[in-house]
Design a protein around this ligand. Structure first.
Ligand SMILES: [Zn+2]
Ligand SMILES: [Zn+2]
Length: 269
């Protein structure tokens, strides 16, 4: 098991299980030294199966902060969120950015409740997805990009359009010194899917990481845990690593994301 994980959910998002404290205990048991909570950010509309409601944000923050104190001798806990770049929600996002230790960007929709990143199937849609990532980096909204390849979830072919998008994301990563995540969550946990050009995990996707390796983009492993038990096994981690086997990736091991977030937050606008 890795020692540092910045991508952890709680049951508030409606698709994770277990109490907050169960995640802390399991992380300690699994050998983690640094645990970042990054539950799905709340916005003005409610989607109880996707993210917490605005009314739960205060309680979420209080719960994680009290666990940080309670377990401070055993593990370093940080309070974050997995946010999307939605310009319509900028006031809410700027509040989160100010209050939280860090933010990771998981662009699950192109716009709030519109065009799921899990359903993209044209180069134009991929390009809109990357536009959001670019805007988020330019405005220092996030400290790393979670599952940058989630946009390929439904994409039918691993063709040149995919490589072009990967090149663009790699360029953004280098321009803004923005780490990209190798995600070991549901993309591998749920097994391989069949696509018109063969079987693969929904994400991570090798063609993306080939481009990330070429440009030496910083890469951080994120467990994207929605079940505390998954801190105790390396099965999904090994699946994700098998996707990028043989690539010369610039892994940031035990990276202090909270410190880099402190500096980035100053640049947010
Ligand atoms: Zn989730
Ligand atoms: Zn996500």
């Amino acid at each position: 098991m890795i020692k540092t994980n910045w991508h952890t959910h709680t049951k508030r998002c409606g698709h994770a299980i277990g109490e907050d404290e169960d995640y802390v205990k399991a992380a300690i048991e699994g050998g983690l030294k640094t645990l970042g909570f990054s539950d799905h950010a709340a916005y003005k509309t409610q989607v109880p199966t996707e993210r917490m409601n605005i009314s739960q944000v205060g309680e979420y923050m209080a719960s994680i902060r009290s666990l940080k104190e309670k377990y401070k001798d055993q593990i370093d806990i940080y309070l974050g969120m997995e946010v999307e770049c939605y310009q319509s929600e900028w006031d809410t996002l700027s509040q989160f950015r100010k209050e939280l230790d860090y933010c990771i960007l998981g662009q699950h929709n192109i716009d709030l409740d519109l065009i799921s990143s899990y359903g993209l199937n044209t180069p134009q849609q991929l390009s809109m997805y990357v536009d959001r990532l670019e805007y988020a980096c330019k405005h220092a909204l996030c400290d790393y990009i979670a599952h940058p390849d989630v946009c390929l979830y439904s994409y039918p072919y691993m063709d040149e359009s995919v490589r072009k998008i990967a090149e663009r994301i790699a360029k953004i990563s280098i321009t803004y010194d923005m780490p990209l995540e190798l995600n070991t969550g549901s993309g591998v946990h749920n097994g391989m899917h069949s696509y018109p050009d063969g079987k693969r995990y929904a994400y991570p996707t090798r063609i993306f990481f080939e481009e990330f390796a070429k440009k030496k983009c910083p890469v951080i492993i994120g467990l994207d845990v929605h079940n505390p038990e998954l801190f105790k096994t390396d099965t999904d981690l090994n699946r994700a690593l098998s996707v990028v086997e043989g690539l010369d990736l610039n892994f940031l091991t035990d990276y202090d994301l909270a410190s880099s977030a402190k500096k980035r937050k100053e640049l947010f606008y």
